[in-house]
Write a protein that binds this ligand. Structure first.
Ligand code: HAM
Length: 421
């Protein structure tokens, strides 16, 4: 027996109400804030990700699904959504549009991670990118949008972590201070952090090893070494978040796992962080478009895992609406009745009435059992007599009342009955 690959899920019909619900809330919130949907390919040239996410990151070093295509080109299944959107922005000359260009996506993301609850090898992200504007009001708007998205799902108790990690101008000084602090501690670091000290010192701050965390707590803070521009930007962002009544905690160890971030970084944690981890995260990436060959273009965005949102909806027992399904079942006895049933089902569907028709010549009893199992609201029964009279027996499955109704008026009769529900 084949099984779905480790760390991937089939999204079965019974899961679909949750998925449609979360996606619909994402669509709603994007419409409210003026974001338009973009869908990019599931794979891109590998270099796009090594260039943007960064060669020293876990994603690029350990987690990418990379393969040579039949033409020998290196390709990678999308391990995140920001770089493809920036590639599309450049490829389609979106810098000629009104800035910022606001785009969103709902897409599968592939990372070869160690699977556990809430951590998958194929997960799905709802993400937003606002490209072409530097104003901290835009940072506040993106954070507000992420915050409201989780509230609109009905989730409670979320918290916002915020930090600023500076820009090209102030980052080198900060990194020098960080190295100076860590160099004498190198022997006490975990093996991963020893490598980070050489390759990507910023990531020393978010190591999960307890002894490294203690050292990180006492490390120099990015916010103390911001240049005046970055500092002013961060102060204004905090002011706007207060204006918007969004509570936040500045977390000096928040640096995020992708290299493209500048200035603002943020994460939204669920009520009960546990193993499921972060609901969503994002930040500014003011150098990325230039890094990919465009003109200097500031930008900010966020991404959130749909599976994690659903996990938390279930944990908090948030009800989600069921999906609409056919309300009418057609049972039939005999060959003639089946032919009439086929025509009737098709005619009702053309009128916009959802219908399920019994197939196979089963006993009437077994067909009624099927109608019950299907939770049909109404059942139409066709036998020899009904066919001769151009009528059907209409049974109300809730009250068990039944009457004979002419086929000609059935569509409007059912529409009326269903509209009155
Ligand atoms: P990220 O923090 O790597 O950011 O992922 C965003 C969110 O995706 C996480 O907060 C989490 O909810 C979900 N997620 C990540 N990895 C997994 C996984 N293995 N299984 C389940 N869910 C997961 C980014 O990807 C950035 N592109 C976000 C961004 C957009 N920054 C700016 N614009």
């Amino acid at each position: 027996m084949y099984r779905a690959p480790r760390g991937t899920n089939d999204i079965l019909p019974q899961e679909q109400p949750h998925w449609r619900y979360v996606e619909a809330r994402a669509d709603d919130i994007c419409q409210l804030y003026g974001y338009e949907r973009i869908d990019s390919p599931a794979f891109e040239e590998t270099a796009l990700f090594t260039r943007s996410v960064g060669a020293g990151t876990d994603i690029v070093e350990k987690e990418m699904y990379t393969f040579a295509d039949k033409g020998g080109k290196m390709m990678t299944l999308r391990p995140e959504g920001t770089a493809p959107v920036c590639r599309a922005y450049l490829e389609h000359g979106m810098h000629n549009l009104n800035q910022p260009v606001k785009l969103y996506y709902i897409a599968p993301i592939f990372r070869y991670e160690r699977p556990q609850a809430g951590r998958l090898r194929q997960h799905h992200q709802f993400g937003c990118e606002a490209i072409g504007d530097n104003d901290p009001a835009l940072d506040a708007e993106v954070i507000d949008m992420a915050w409201r998205f989780f509230l609109s799902l009905g989730l409670r108790g979320q918290s916002l972590l915020l930090n600023s990690i500076g820009c090209r101008k102030c980052r080198p000084d900060y990194l020098a201070a960080l190295k100076e602090y860590y160099d004498p501690l190198a022997a006490k670091l975990c093996p991963d952090c020893r490598v980070r000290l050489e390759r990507n010192p910023l990531r020393l701050l978010d190591c999960k090893t307890p002894s490294c965390q203690e050292m990180a707590d006492a490390a120099p803070r990015t916010v103390d070494r911001l240049c005046p521009e970055c500092n002013g930007h961060f102060e204004r962002l905090k002011k706007y978040l207060q204006l918007l009544d969004i509570p936040f905690q500045v977390n000096n160890r928040l640096v995020r796992g992708l290299d493209y971030y500048t200035r603002t970084v943020f994460e939204i944690q669920p009520e009960d962080a546990g193993a499921q981890g972060t609901l969503g995260g994002g930040g500014r990436y003011d150098d990325l478009i230039e890094e990919l060959g465009g003109r200097p273009t500031p930008a900010i965005g966020f991404g959130s895992g749909i599976e994690r949102a659903i996990l938390n909806l279930k944990k908090q027992s948030v009800p989600v609406p069921p999906l609409p399904r056919p309300q009418v079942f057609i049972a039939h006895m005999g060959e003639e009745a089946e032919e009439t049933a086929i025509r009737l089902a098709s005619g009702l569907r053309r009128e916009g009435i959802g219908v399920v028709m019994a197939t196979d010549q089963r006993s009437l009893k077994s067909q009624m059992r099927q109608a019950n199992a299907f939770s049909a609201r109404y059942c139409l029964v066709l036998g020899k007599d009904e066919v001769a009279a151009a009528a059907a027996v209409l049974k109300d499955m809730q009250t068990a009342e039944q009457r004979t109704a002419p086929l000609a008026g059935l569509a409007s009769l059912l529409k009326q009955a269903l509209a009155g529900e």
